[in-house]
Design a binder for this molecule. Structure first.
Ligand code: ADP
Ligand code: MG
Length: 342
């Protein structure tokens, strides 16, 4: 075969392979876009585990009519324009790929109205060249992204979809992860027209505590030790369960770096080490932790789905986390053991 350029739709489908693994990945990308647009209210409607439909509506800044087509194009983003911006990234998105990727593997319709624009417009793509079509629409301030028939044209991917129940549980988890870090955003989740979750905006400590209990359970919210430490521009906040209340398995392991949920082995290791010998080998720690550090000290451009980061001062960060957590954990362990001796 001679060398030839791939049709745009195929190039986008290949890119979609990296970011759009299942309905939950679509939900994650769309919520991140809404949050980057400053939304304080996000409603998510799911049908049949997301395979049939994922519709997300926000009250964010919206997209002006002239930029709708760009929003659906690959490598088009309003979030960075230079390498310097990338290195100091504040937004959740920056790759400019999500909407183009999702459009290439579903029937996607983007409808938006910035407050300053009189009417709403909608856009969708068609054909091998993914040409963008637009037309006027009716819509309040904000944006709706409607994703129908995910993977209808990529049967190999579609085959990997699990039952609606399983796919929905992944979506539910994605939303929990966001709800645990964006207490300032109200989130509503419906499945097949039935409301399943309602996270109200939590602006006070008690409201935040309530949302924590809603997501992680009353026991965790009541027993967890509050964490607050800062050193050399690095900050750690959150909650961690004392060793005595840790079980064999924990679903409560949420770690955020600059507002992004991560699975980071270095940080997990640090958390584990902070318990030191107070936590038995076969117990699993529970925690919700937020690490904040200057954007320049961390590289988020490691993985397309942004699940991983790379720290420039890995050793220091690790040791800081151990030291931030250890005193409280060790103290609670010694209190617990003296209580049980009485
Ligand atoms: P990225 O988020 O990496 O920039 P996306 O493909 O997810 O790439 O989105 C492309 C662009 O579309 C964004 O940069 C943003 O300008 C715009 N956009 C997407 N979703 C929204 C939204 N819900 N509200 C406002 N603008 C949006
Ligand atoms: Mg995005």
């Amino acid at each position: 075969m001679p060398i030839q350029l791939l049709p745009i739709s195929l190039a986008n489908q290949i890119a979609a392979g990296e970011v759009v693994e299942r309905p939950a990945s679509v939900v994650k990308e769309l919520i991140e876009n809404s949050i980057d647009a400053g939304a304080t209210q996000i409603e998510i409607d799911i049908e049949q585990g997301g395979a049939k439909r994922i519709r997300l509506r926000d009250n964010g800044a919206g997209i002006v009519q002239d930029e709708l087509a760009l929003a659906l194009s690959r490598h088009a983003t309003s979030k960075i324009s230079s390498l310097d911006d990338l290195e100091a990234i504040q937004s959740l998105g920056f790759r400019g790929e999500a909407l183009a990727s999702i459009s290439s593997v579903s029937r996607l319709r983007l409808t938006s109205k910035p407050p300053a624009q009189e009417t709403a417009w909608q856009a969708w793509v068609e054909g091998r060249d993914m040409e963008v079509q637009t037309s006027p629409a009716a819509h309040p301030d904000g944006t709706t992204v409607d994703v129908v028939d995910l993977f209808y044209n990529t049967p190999a991917r579609r085959k990997f979809l699990r039952t609606a129940k399983t796919e929905f549980s992944h979506i539910d988890e994605v939303i929990r992860r966001i709800a645990l870090v964006r207490f300032d955003v109200a989130l509503t989740l419906r499945h097949n027209q039935k409301e399943v979750r309602q996270y109200r905006r939590a602006d006070s400590d008690s409201a935040r505590q309530q949302r924590l209990a809603q997501i992680c359970g009353k026991a965790f919210a009541a027993e967890a030790l509050q964490v607050k430490a800062e050193h050399d521009q690095v900050q750690l906040r959150g909650w961690i369960a004392p060793a005595a209340s840790c079980r064999h398995q924990s679903d409560i392991q949420y770690l955020y770096v600059n507002g992004r949920m991560m699975r980071d082995r270095l940080l997990l290791h640090a958390v584990r080490q902070a318990y030191a010998d107070t936590l038995a080998e076969d117990r699993s720690p529970s925690f919700v932790l937020y690490l904040e550090l200057p954007a320049i000290d961390v590289d988020v451009n490691v993985h397309p789905a942004k699940h991983e980061v790379r720290f420039h001062r890995a050793r220091q960060i690790h040791d800081f986390v151990v030291q931030a957590l250890r005193p409280a954990l060790v103290q609670s362990a010694s209190e617990h053991s003296s209580e049980s001796m009485d």
